[in-house]
Design a protein around this ligand. Structure first.
Ligand SMILES: [Mn+2]
Length: 381
């Protein structure tokens, strides 16, 4: 059984490489997205392809998925092949815009399929109709790894394969995908060689946190919490910059900065979580719906996770400006957040994700209506 369209994408990319078409790689800014892009970039370069831009949207300014801001940045590179990884399946308007500009769009995603598919030329998503591959919960980077295997064929050396698997293992854990089937194999195989990785950006963790002092598990936890930072610099994620560091010296400098940031971020996440917990302590509403203009957009997800864990209620945490509200959703096991958002989709501009973790964008004037729609939806459950 094969993942639907994976071979088709491989064929299309190989022909783009051969005819030196411009290729733009675009990915979500979390670790799954970062690793997805990295694997594709190194694979395509290895085969002599022409990558003109790599781009991660800035979560604090642009939000999730393919953004209109980004299209303005690289529109002058059309025509070309625009490959979206770990995002795209819900970007109906933006993909249409990209096509009008002159890009051919490919989507490699693992998020839930919404009412219909976007107008991309080829879509890989194990959740789409007609995909007969039995395992549906692979991270996007797992799909990209399998794509790299097809693209490289015999050119994939054992060392490169292992290195990709180290990255995939970390991102699979970070993305909280179930650790079974293919994912279990990724994790087992990748973690085997992780402490001896040839990638300076991974090796540096084992130099900073020695295996004599910390257990392998503790170090893996530190790697993930550090690399899960979604901050970007010039539309490159900081985890991408670390993972592509050329030598140990560069890597340890970057890691030092990232560790400080990560500690700050954890402190702020805790403080914001406590504030919300305090506020909603005695509420009887079936949902938690909190946020505001000064709520940091890049922390809505981690705060929502913690609040949801505490109250075991569907939790919506958002940032809002004068025009738009962007939020993250977390729900307890068995409650499907994407279904809930789909129920209220007429009030939303963009939405999507996984059953237990998703996101949405809406116009500010619809925010209160959205809250009421969700309360009504969950009251009847
Ligand atoms: Mn993902």
């Amino acid at each position: 059984m094969e993942i639907k369209n994976l071979k088709k994408v491989a064929k299309r990319i190989l022909s783009a490489i051969k005819s030196k078409e411009r290729i733009i790689l675009y990915s979500d800014a979390d670790l799954d997205g970062t690793v997805s892009l990295l694997i594709l970039e190194e694979t395509i370069k290895n085969l002599g392809g022409r990558i003109s831009t790599i781009y991660f949207p800035d979560r604090n300014i642009e939000g999730y998925g393919l953004t209109q801001e980004s299209l303005k940045v690289f529109q002058n590179q059309a025509p070309g092949l625009l490959i979206l990884t770990d995002c795209g399946i819900g970007n109906f308007q933006e993909i249409e815009m990209a096509r009008k500009i002159g890009f051919e769009v490919i989507v490699i995603d693992h998020h839930e399929i919404l009412n219909h598919l976007p107008s991309a030329s080829i879509i890989v998503d194990p959740k789409q109709k007609g995909d007969k591959y039995p395992f549906k919960f692979m991270p996007a980077c797992g799909l990209c790894f399998k794509l790299a295997e097809i693209l490289l064929g015999k050119k994939m050396s054992e060392g490169l394969r292992q290195n990709f698997l180290e990255l995939v293992a970390l991102a699979t854990i970070a993305d909280m995908m179930p650790q079974i089937a293919d994912n279990k194999i990724f994790i087992e195989q990748g973690l085997k060689t992780l402490p001896f990785s040839f990638r300076p950006g991974l090796r540096v963790f084992f130099k900073t946190f020695s295996l004599r002092k910390f257990s392998l598990r503790e170090i893996i936890q530190k790697i993930i919490s550090t690399l899960q930072i979604t901050d970007t610099k010039n539309n490159l994620t900081e985890s991408y910059i670390l993972l592509t560091a050329r030598n140990d010296r560069e890597a340890s400098k970057l890691l030092e900065i990232l560790l400080k940031k990560s500690a700050k971020r954890q402190k702020l996440t805790r403080a914001l979580t406590d504030e919300i917990i305090e506020k909603v302590q005695q509420g009887s509403s079936p949902i938690i719906f909190e946020g505001g203009t000064d709520f940091p957009l890049s922390l809505t997800g981690s705060v929502a996770s913690r609040v949801c864990n505490k109250f075991k209620k569907p939790t919506f945490i958002y940032n809002t400006n004068e025009e738009r509200t962007r939020g993250s959703v977390r729900t307890p096991q068995g409650i499907d957040s994407v279904q809930a958002l789909t129920h209220c989709h007429s009030l939303l501009e963009i939405y999507g994700g996984h059953p237990q973790a998703s996101g949405f964008t809406c116009k500010v004037e619809n925010l209160e209506k959205l809250k009421q729609c969700l309360i009504k939806y969950f009251s009847s459950k």
